[in-house]
Design a protein around this ligand. Structure first.
Ligand code: NAP
Length: 290
């Protein structure tokens, strides 16, 4: 079997157009265009590229983009003050702090400092808790994007065995919660998991979020499985590889995402969808209300 490709680039473009239409309708109704503040601390090379793309796509979706750049030696207090200012700015509906942060700054304190209504990354404990309770509000962008990709297969997810490799707060854990909410039977794997190939062989859906190039081998994949590759690994020659060995996995999978052009563009499109949702939340529930 040769897998069908889940084209994240094309699907994310469709989602971005949907968001753009909703933003235009919102503005035509006299409401403010959603505004997204993307905060970058320091000059981490990959982060600079991600931030540039996010800012560009925000404008392409008809939203306002606010660039907030702090020096690499900025203190935690300075970043928290910046966030507080953005929390109080009515033209800013979404706040994204690009991770990783320099080591002098505790990312959990920063995430907790963001007003949950503006937490477009979906990392605030309130939004994570809502997801745990099956009441998602602002959902972590990458897992949410993966769910949109799974929906595109047209396959019924109910009862499928989904194996998530990786348990990070930003990908693996919320991904497992999303799949559970879709009524999959979910196995979460991590670096202490025994017999990972054996577990993956029993998966109808595999989500790889490990951070190791070509880690998941084609002969681990069950015939016809759906393979979602979250990994973005930079090779020595500058090219990108996923966490799945694409060439061998596509010979067995039913569906597979490429890298680049799979999950990556979906993460930006769901960020835009979250920014719109955040603006709607703030229309209904201004800051200070419960
Ligand atoms: P992370 O925080 O480093 O987490 C990696 C996870 O992989 C950990 O849970 C770790 O287990 C697990 N792991 C490591 N070695 C393993 C092994 N040998 N067997 C099984 N599990 C193993 O990474 P992350 O932030 O989740 O990101 C994962 C990948 O996704 C990276 O390549 C990242 O660049 C990419 N990413 C892509 C997007 C996108 O938009 N496409 C967004 C975010 C991240 P332990 O918990 O036991 O250490």
């Amino acid at each position: 079997m040769t897998a069908r490709i889940l084209d994240g680039k094309a699907i994310s473009e469709r989602l971005t157009i949907e968001v753009r239409r909703a933003v235009d309708a919102r503005c035509a109704a006299g409401k403010a265009a959603p505004g997204l503040a993307v905060v970058l601390v320091g000059e981490h090379a990959a982060s600079q590229i991600y931030v540039r793309n996010k800012r560009r796509m925000t404008e392409a979706a008809g939203m306002r983009s606010f660039a907030v750049d702090l020096a690499a030696d900025a203190t935690e207090e300075a970043l928290l003050r910046t966030i507080d200012r953005l929390n109080g700015d009515a033209s800013v509906h979404g706040i994204l702090v690009q991770l990783p942060l320099p080591k002098q700054i505790r990312s959990e304190r920063v995430i907790e400092g963001i007003d949950w209504r503006k937490d477009v990354d979906g990392f605030h404990p309130y939004n994570v808790g809502r997801l745990v309770l099956k009441l998602p509000t602002l959902r972590p962008c990458t897992p949410y994007g993966c769910m949109r990709l799974l929906a595109e297969t047209g396959e019924d997810l109910v009862g499928k065995h989904a194996v998530v490799i990786g348990q990070s707060n930003i990908v693996g854990r919320p991904m497992a919660l999303e799949l559970l909410m879709a009524r999959c039977t979910v196995t979460i794997c991590h670096s202490a998991t025994r017999d990972l190939p054996g577990i993956v062989r029993r998966a109808d859906i595999v989500v790889a979020a490990v951070g190791k190039a070509n880690f998941v081998q084609g002969d681990w994949i069950a015939e016809g499985a759906i393979v979602i590759d979250v990994g973005i690994n930079r090779n020595a020659d500058g090219s990108l590889s996923g966490d799945v060995d694409f060439a061998s996995a596509r010979e067995r999978a039913g569906w597979i995402t490429p890298v680049p052009g799979g999950v990556g563009p979906m993460t930006i499109a769901t960020l835009l969808a979250n920014t719109l949702r955040a603006a709607e939340l703030q229309d209904a529930q201004p800051r200070g209300s419960p």
